[in-house]
Design a protein around this ligand. Structure first.
Ligand code: GLC
Length: 570
């Protein structure tokens, strides 16, 4: 069993523009983050991942990078960043940067020089092709924002490829010079002292060089079969690892990679292959969306979620490693999507956290999740900044779909729910800014805020603190132990044990807003005599022995039991 200590990390993701403003311009910034480091440390996490803070025109909120080596003036200066690094590390925490390596902004100097001349040394940094004879683009792929993945440049009579916005041209990883530039840039940040990286959209960097037409008719991202986990992706990552990540001891990497098989994950994260340390389990947070239409929700059953989690937990055990999350900057708030943001907001936020923090894998917390922040009541498309939402709306309404229906879907599914300002206190702008915030502050900040939860033992925030403490104290089981599912077919209760040869723990989660009854299987029942209740999101039922494993859970109840005897050897 691999018991490396880096696997015991708990990561806190910051979306900098929405975290804390220090200068009253309505945008979060680096000094703002510095002023909140004590808070972050108090949660118990040991790592901070910063979503991009590089120079950027912000067509895609920083995921369109104009200069990977400079800090965006909106965020502050390089001196501010260095101070942030120093202050983070002096508190015993690590700092990870976000690497956007599939594309740059069209304002990047490489693209500026590549655009106008086929002879520019930067031309081949991007992917250019002649159009088809009848004035059509080189192939029929659609971008993730809808419409063709190609944009025509008149000056050179060629098209360039962009899987995302036309202002985010894709880099040509088949060009060794591009790979060298990237390695050099990554070493630049390593030399500055960062501890790790999150790699954006990393499994789309290698395209089938024939760029064939696709038979898929998806309105967004249709060409995926020709670039997801593409032909040279593993080779390129091994090279990046060798020439950059491995140049310093202890650099940790996590890749964003959707649409992966277990075999792909194993390849990306098997330590012997020296590619990445982990990739995110993205399959579970996407369970409620239609795979062919990211703004259409789909009904899902708890048994489907269990199947996904169980497959990852079992098939990757001691082979690869992955990151666990229920919310990030690309999804609506988790308590609104998977829990209940009304009557059971507190209970369901704690229950979902219990799942993420008691599985095999590295838990990630997204800012505001730890206080149970909810979706924002957006009322009109005009309130949105999210380019995916705006493009989606445009594409569907142009095609003649009912604008109101499309708007409803977009308002429900937009990434902007996760991007409204962090709710620090009950003051008018929630303590986020003294100015006009770039995104509206949710009115519910009067009740849902950090200040109100700091000292309340029953708060979501304090539950996270306990959960992280529990995970650390029982790392041999919770981080490194094996997972076994119980009650596989139950549609309300998610139950599993975590165990090693010596010890077992039991986790019981009610995913519904109703009481849930269940009967544990006999072979686990015999281990329960010595069990004790380690954590729960309700007071133990009155008059009952708290250490006794119940047969019924209340709405969204979560309980963790420790001290189970090991399962008898078969
Ligand atoms: C990733 C980011 C997302 C961004 C996209 C394009 O999915 O998480 O925010 O829009 O890549 O860079």
């Amino acid at each position: 069993m691999n018991r490396e200590s880096w696997k015991e990390k708990v990561v806190y993701q910051i979306f900098p523009r929405s975290f804390q403003d220090s200068n009253g311009d309505g945008n979060g910034d680096l000094q703002g983050i510095i002023s909140r480091l004590d808070y972050i440390q108090s949660i118990g996490v040991d790592t901070i991942w910063l979503s991009p803070v590089y120079e950027s025109p912000r067509v895609d909120q920083g995921y369109d990078v104009a200069n990977q080596r400079e800090i965006d003036p909106m965020m502050g200066t390089m001196a501010d960043w260095e101070q942030l690094l120093q202050q983070t590390q002096s508190r015993g925490m690590d700092l990870w940067m976000d690497l956007v390596l599939n594309h740059t902004s069209d304002q990047h100097r490489w693209f500026q020089q590549a655009r106008d001349s086929k002879d520019s040394p930067y031309r081949d940094y991007y992917i250019w092709r002649k159009g088809e004879k009848d004035g059509e683009p080189p192939n029929n792929w659609t971008s993730y924002l809808g419409g063709s993945a190609w944009t025509y440049e008149e000056s050179t009579d060629e098209y360039y490829l962009h899987l995302y916005n036309k202002k985010q041209p894709d880099l040509n990883w088949d060009n060794p010079k591009v790979r060298e530039e990237i390695q050099d840039m990554v070493r630049y940040w390593i030399d500055k002292g960062v501890n790790g990286f999150r790699l954006d959209a990393i499994n789309v960097i290698s395209k089938d060089s024939n760029l064939p037409d696709t038979k898929e008719s998806k309105m967004e991202g249709s060409g995926y079969k020709h670039f997801k986990n593409g032909p040279n992706v593993h080779e390129y990552l091994r090279e990046l690892n060798e020439k950059a990540f491995s140049t310093k001891e202890g650099i940790i990497t996590v890749g964003e990679a959707s649409m992966v098989s277990m075999e792909d994950v194993a390849k990306y994260t098997d330590p012997d292959r020296r590619e990445l340390d982990m990739i995110f389990m993205m399959e579970s947070p996407s369970i409620g969306t239609d795979p062919d239409d990211s703004f259409k929700s789909r009904d899902w059953k708890l048994t489907e979620l269990k199947e996904i989690v169980t497959r990852w937990e079992k098939e990757l055990l001691n082979i690869g490693w992955f990151g666990l999350f229920a919310s990030n900057h690309d999804h609506p708030r988790m308590v609104s999507s998977f829990g209940n943001d009304g009557k059971y907001r507190v209970e369901s936020a704690k229950m979902l956290a219990t799942l993420v923090h008691t599985l095999w894998g590295t838990p990630f917390i997204y800012q505001g999740e730890e206080i149970g922040m909810t979706n924002y009541p957006f009322e009109s498309i005009e309130q949105l900044d999210d380019q995916m939402a705006l493009h989606y709306y445009k594409a569907r309404t142009e095609r003649g779909e009912d604008p109101q229906g499309v708007e409803r879907r977009v308002l429900a599914g937009t990434r902007d729910h996760a991007r409204t300002p962090m709710q620090w206190d009950e003051s008018p702008q929630a303590g986020f800014t003294t100015g006009e915030p770039w995104m509206p502050v949710n009115d519910n900040h009067r009740e849902i805020n950090v200040a109100a939860q700091q000292d309340d033992p029953a708060s979501i925030l304090n539950y996270y603190r306990q959960l992280i403490k529990l995970r650390r104290e029982h790392a041999d089981v919770i981080v490194h132990g094996e997972y076994a599912i119980l009650l596989e077919d139950h549609e309300q209760v998610f139950a599993y044990v975590r165990r090693n040869d010596e010890r077992q723990g039991l986790v019981l989660l009610n995913f519904s807003d109703q009481d849930a009854e269940f009967e544990l299987p006999e072979d686990i029942g015999v281990c329960l005599d010595s069990a004790y209740r380690a954590l729960g999101n309700y007071e133990p039922e009155y008059g009952k022995d708290a250490d006794q494993v119940p047969h019924r859970l209340r709405p969204y109840e979560a309980i963790v039991f420790g001290g189970l005897q090991p399962a008898p050897q078969k």
